[in-house]
Design a protein around this ligand. Structure first.
Ligand code: CDP
Length: 220
C-alpha cells in the first residue's frame, strides 16, 4: 500500500460506539468517514419499500440490480435520494442482517467500498472492514462494549426523538439477534482481525475512546 495513504478500518457490533468514534477521528485527522452499515441499510430500505419478502433472495437481487447507493458530502443516497433518516428506523435494523448475509449483496458492497477507498484517505466502519474489505489498512480497530450497555445506548438513541415506541427489552433482543446473525453468517462474519486494536467502550466516555484511537495512530 502507498504509505502516504491513511486507511483506517473499524469493526464491531451494534451500539459499540463505532460510528460516533469514527466520525470524530475523521474530523481530527481531516479524512473521510464511510459508514458501510448505512449502505446495507439503504439496500434494506429499498427491499422493504418494494415489499419484497426478506427471504426471497432472487427478488432481492433483482431489486439490487436497479439500485444505486452513494455517499455525497457525508450523506447517503438511495437511487439519487437522500435517506439518512429513513435508514435509521427500527424496521430497517431488524431486517438488515438478513440482507447483509446474502453472498451477492456482500460482493457488490465490497466492490463499492474498495472503490471508495482507492482514491481517498479514510476511516471506514462496519463488520468486515479489517478482515475482508480493507485487509491492508494502516490501522485496524475492533470496538466493542457489553451487550446491555450497547442496548442501553441504542434505546436512548431511538427514543430521544420521541418517534419510536419501543422498550429497552425489545432493543436488547434485537441487538442480540443481530449479533448472532452477523457473527455466525458464512460469509465475512463479524470477528476481530488478529491485528486489530481492541477497544472496549463499556465504561468509557466517547472522548476517552477517541483519545485511545488517536494515541495509537499517533504512536504509528
Ligand atoms: O449502526 P449499527 O451498529 O446498528 O449497525 P450498522 O453499522 O448500521 O450495520 C447494520 C447491519 O448491516 C449490521 O448489523 C450488519 O448486518 C450489516 N453490515 C455488514 O454486514 N457489514 C458491514 N460492513 C456493515 C454492516
Amino acid at each position: 500500500m502507498d504509505n502516504r495513504r491513511l486507511i483506517i478500518a473499524v469493526d464491531g457490533p451494534a451500539g459499540a460506539g463505532k460510528s460516533t468514534i469514527a466520525k470524530r477521528v475523521a474530523k481530527i485527522l481531516n479524512i473521510e468517514y464511510i459508514d458501510t452499515g448505512a449502505m446495507y441499510r439503504a439496500l434494506t430500505l429499498k427491499v422493504i419499500r418494494a415489499k419484497v419478502d426478506i427471504n426471497n433472495i432472487k427478488e432481492i437481487l433483482k431489486a439490487m440490480e436497479t439500485t444505486t447507493i452513494e455517499f455525497i458530502n457525508n450523506h447517503i443516497y438511495l437511487d439519487g435520494i437522500k435517506v439518512d433518516k429513513e435508514i435509521r428506523e427500527n424496521v430497517i435494523s431488524t431486517n438488515v442482517s438478513y440482507i447483509a448475509k446474502i453472498k451477492e449483496v456482500r460482493s457488490m458492497m465490497i466492490r463499492l467500498q474498495r472503490k471508495i477507498a482507492e482514491s481517498t484517505n479514510l476511516i471506514m466502519d462496519g463488520r468486515d472492514i479489517g478482515t475482508v474489505v480493507l485487509p491492508h489498512a494502516n490501522y485496524k480497530f475492533f470496538i466493542t462494549a457489553s451487550v446491555e450497555e450497547r442496548a442501553r445506548r441504542r434505546y436512548i438513541e431511538l427514543t430521544e426523538g420521541g418517534n419510536e415506541s419501543i422498550t429497552y427489552e425489545q432493543v436488547l433482543e434485537e441487538i442480540k439477534t443481530r449479533d448472532r446473525i452477523d457473527s455466525t453468517r458464512e460469509i465475512a462474519p463479524l470477528k476481530k482481525s488478529p491485528d486489530a486494536h481492541l477497544i472496549d467502550t463499556t465504561n468509557k466516555t466517547i472522548e476517552e475512546s477517541v483519545k485511545e484511537v488517536i494515541d495509537i495512530i499517533e504512536r504509528g
